[in-house]
Design a protein. Structure first.
Length: 464
């Protein structure tokens, strides 16, 4: 079913999309029902069979055409993202461009998705990588376009059909991408978007026997629920969940560079990023100096209209998220604060909490807003202990001039994605995923397509 924006719907049957910067209604979108999910899965299964039978060259060609069409609509998609998610226009353009790049990258893997020939006695043994079938992608509101494409692009490239359920607050870019896919010539029903409530459309997708795999990005709490439901059918699942990533600054680091990079490492996307470096761990001997250096950077962050090219940080996604962030920064806490607009919109200022215990909620739990804590450590062993003292293990950074220390600490920190003298976490050509309760499986990188395949082993006897 192709969903279109409608002006008048019963409250239980729609999603209201608000502009987080103004609180104005952007659109009213019909919410999918369980029956809609059933019908979509049936259509997807039929489309997938034909898609899997197409030649690899034809599939790759269509995916590249899809990428080219997206490229022609970068500004339109970016403007839509600003309106529904409150992202800065620069970030939104990058996100739309990332969808294009992911489609191009995945297209390059279609004709290289090969099995192996394994030496055996009495014959030959070969493996085939076959598509799973229908894939359900449940995307979050913090990066609606790129994270949807993390599942969409490699799943299609591997020969699967995809049903995407976007977050309730950010369905518009997903709906537009589905239209662009058809414009590019992607077969009808191969990529469908079903906006809806998680407890209805999301659960129906997870529980449906015709869906072979679920790809979910979101909270650890919901991820656990999805994993439990998938277990009932031994359904494959990839989970990218929460994070409380450390930013470890050693005394021998370029302290000016580390302090200059620290603010946007937790303020980018208004802190609504699982990889945000929200626990800044600084060696005690340079702790006071680091605070002196970082304070002006936090005060200087430009918070305001997401459409202003100079804006570095926009609003939070919703009133609910704003209230959640406020609940962590209690009046008894000491903090370095920036500024934020007053009036309509879900605004919260850049905030760095100091003089707090590592076990305090703001230091131990995922805030998912423009809030970080700074904690001192004594030595390398203490830094690793503090970095690992969390249920999460998604990402992190460390700053040092000592290459040996960089390697030792990188190996010792329990996280899936680490950067040295940098805060970069995600590149579409390298694997991404978490340790512990930050998730299960890996996305992106050279093995992205194989995550959407079954390995079939075939032995052929050559005995007379």
């Amino acid at each position: 079913m192709r969903h279109h924006v409608s002006d008048v719907l019963a409250p239980l049957d729609h999603l209201e999309v608000l502009n987080p910067a103004t609180e104005e209604t952007v659109a009213i979108v019909p919410a999918a029902t369980r029956d809609d999910v059933d019908a979509a899965v049936a259509r997807a299964a039929a489309a997938q069979r034909a898609w899997a039978a197409a030649t690899p060259a034809d599939r790759a060609r269509l995916l590249r055409r899809f990428a080219a069409v997206v490229d022609g609509h970068i500004e339109e998609l970016a403007q839509l993202e600003v309106r529904e998610a409150g992202h800065t226009i620069g970030n939104a353009r990058w996100e739309a461009g990332n969808v294009r790049d992911l489609l191009d990258f995945a297209a390059g893997g279609v004709e290289r998705l090969s099995g192996r020939q394994i030496p055996v006695a009495g014959g030959i043994d070969v493996t085939f990588l076959e598509p799973l079938g229908v894939i359900g992608v449940i995307a979050p509101w913090n990066f609606p376009m790129p994270i949807a494409a993390w599942g969409l692009a490699p799943a299609l490239a591997a020969g699967n059909a995809v049903i995407l359920k976007p977050a309730e607050t950010t369905p518009l870019t997903a709906l537009r991408l589905a239209e662009l896919a058809l414009e590019a010539g992607i077969p009808e029903h191969l990529f469908q978007v079903l906006p809806g409530h998680g407890a209805v459309a999301g659960d129906a997708l997870v529980e449906h026997p015709g869906v072979a795999k679920i790809v979910f990005t979101g909270s650890t709490r919901v991820g656990k629920q999805i994993m439990a439901k998938c277990a009932d059918r031994v359904k494959r699942v990839t989970l990218e969940l929460g994070g409380k990533s450390p930013n470890i600054v050693f005394a021998d680091a370029d302290l000016e560079a580390a302090a200059a990079a620290a603010p946007m490492a937790f303020l980018d996307n208004t802190g609504q990023d699982c990889c945000a470096r929200t626990r800044i761990l600084v060696q005690r001997s340079v702790y006071d100096r680091f605070l002196e250096l970082v304070a002006p950077g936090i005060a200087a962050v430009a918070v305001g209209d997401p459409l202003d090219e100079k804006t570095q940080m926009g609003p939070l996604i919703s009133r609910l998220q704003l209230d959640r962030v406020r609940s962590f920064v209690t009046d008894d806490l000491t903090a370095i604060r920036g500024t934020a607009p007053e009036g309509p919109g879900f605004w919260y200022p850049p905030t760095l909490v100091t003089d707090v215990a590592p076990t305090a909620p703001v230091a131990a739990e995922e805030v998912f807003g423009p809030v970080a804590v700074v904690l001192p450590f004594e030595d390398e062993e203490d830094a690793v202990r503090l970095a690992n003292a969390t249920e999460y293990g998604l990402s992190g950074s460390l700053w040092t001039r000592d290459i040996g220390r960089a390697l030792r600490v990188s190996r010792a920190v329990a996280a899936g994605n680490l950067s040295v003298n940098s805060h970069s976490s995600v590149r579409y050509w390298t694997p991404f995923g978490g340790y512990k309760q930050s998730g299960l499986g890996r996305e992106l990188g050279p093995d992205a397509l194989t995550a959407f395949t079954e390995t079939k082993n075939v032995f052929i006897s050559t005995e007379a």
